[in-house]
Design a protein around this ligand. Structure first.
Ligand SMILES: Cc1ncc(COP(=O)(O)O)c(C=O)c1O
Length: 423
């Protein structure tokens, strides 16, 4: 069968496809043999949290009107109106500005939000120019890169690395590179960042917002792990600033509800109305289960409690364990890691590494350790082979998986470095 150009692009597969397939193989099927899953970003199953979600579901089941509205009605194309009103009130308090439901759109998860926004703001414009979706500080979330209908949709600037300790570092934005990006349609970043776990300081965020305003384009801030919910942040962070050119993306997934596929976009009402129009055409309306459970959490003021009492302590312990374990196997300083300010991952860079990370990933996989090779995190930027030296290790699983998985990772990588000569 003849495929369109987009069909051919889809047929080639994508980084996010292999990540999700690895995730399903590890979590969706019974595991054979020892498997240390340090791969995808599925949130951990935390019993206290499951109990809250179960109570939410039971309360909906016990209320005939809530149950009927969740399963028996198509919601508005911008998402369930009542939920959008509750969310608007919540964000009016957070941003200290007047936000209404016209500023809120619900999508089928934030991956779906990115797909819509990148294709609305990037691609061929009416004057024939190809507008770009650009990432101001790579590496960036693997899922951004494969969302374009048209080819060559993305561009970006690798972050500059700054040493922060003997074996730690962080990236900061390369402003001359960002200022030189051309034909911009939209800028996007994750905060905290996936894969690095770094939180871009507020002053940098404000500087990027000024650039967006000057170019009259939106800056998409992906808060999948960030403030105010799920709030998987390990230190003190200032609240997000409200800005006319920012689009704030949120999701219920990393709160522990990825199966509900619910994304929330907050921002300028003109953009929200574009999402509404896209939703109507692409899927009529959005699912009702996420808004039903989300409304329960909002009405019962549970978001802050979940973040402060459950998620922050849980994931900050995991982050510390991952760093301590890596350090235990790092007497020779072969590994350097990005400072971990939030989210689920440790970004580990190996100096030197004698093979591409994709190849090292296969070797690790054969030893039962699933990681994500760093090469996937540079959408819109051809990473030179000599810079392909990083892996993303997720720390959402039990302590034994983290400790044993990182130990095998370190041992196996050391073998590839020491025993295999440079090609
Ligand atoms: C940074 C980031 N943004 C967005 C998403 C997408 O999440 P969802 O589509 O489940 O909302 C992920 C998932 O891993 C992520 O890591």
């Amino acid at each position: 069968m003849k495929l369109s150009l987009y069909g051919e692009k889809t047929a080639k597969g994508s980084g996010i496809l292999s990540l999700m397939q690895d995730l399903d193989a590890a979590l969706g099927n019974p595991v054979k043999g020892n498997l240390y899953f340090l791969g995808g970003g599925n949130p951990a199953e935390i019993p206290e949290l499951t109990a809250i979600f179960r109570e939410a579901m039971e309360s909906i089941l016990d209320s005939p009107p809530d149950f009927s509205s969740m399963i028996g009605v198509y919601d508005a194309p911008a998402g369930n109106t009542l939920f959008r009103e509750l969310i608007a009130e919540y964000f009016s308090n957070y941003f200290k500005t007047n936000i209404t439901r016209e500023n809120i759109a619900i999508t089928s998860g934030s991956q779906n939000t990115f797909f819509i926004l990148f294709n609305l703001f990037a691609g061929m414009a009416s004057d024939g120019k190809i507008l770009k979706a650009a990432f101001p500080m790579l590496p960036e979330y693997i899922g951004y890169g494969d969302t374009g209908f048209s080819p060559d949709l993305f561009s970006g600037c690798p972050g500059l690395s700054e040493t922060t300790g003997e074996t730690s570092y962080r990236y900061r934005p390369d402003y001359p590179c960002i200022e030189s990006l051309e034909n911009l349609g939209i800028l996007a970043l994750s905060r905290p960042g996936n894969p690095t776990g770094g939180v871009l300081p507020t002053e940098d965020l404000e500087r990027l917002l000024k650039i967006a305003q000057k170019k009259d384009i939106p800056l998409l801030i992906d808060n999948a792990y960030g403030d105010p919910f799920p709030g998987i942040l390990f230190g003190d962070t200032e609240p997000l600033p409200w800005h006319s050119h920012a689009l704030y993306s949120f999701s219920l997934s990393k709160l522990g509800l990825p199966g509900l596929r619910t994304g929330i976009l907050v921002g300028n009402s003109e953009v929200i109305s574009l999402i509404e129009k896209f939703n109507a055409v692409s899927q009529l309306s959005v699912n009702g289960a996420g808004p039903a459970i989300g409304s329960y959490l909002l009405k019962n003021n549970l978001l802050a409690k979940i973040s402060d009492d459950i998620l922050k302590p849980y994931y900050s312990q995991k982050s510390r364990l991952a760093i301590e374990t890596l350090q235990k196997h790092n007497q020779d300083h072969l590994f350097r890691y990005h400072e971990s300010d939030g989210a689920f991952f440790l970004w580990v860079t190996v100096h030197p590494l004698s093979m591409p990370t994709l190849q090292a990933y296969q070797i690790l996989r054969s030893r039962g350790v699933i990681t994500v090779p760093g090469i996937h995190y540079y959408p819109g930027c051809k990473l030179p082979q000599e810079k392909d030296k990083s892996f993303r290790l997720s720390f959402t699983r039990d302590n034994k998986t983290i400790e044993k998985g990182i130990a095998i990772f370190a041992e196996e990588i050391r073998k590839t470095v020491l025993e295999r000569p440079e090609p």
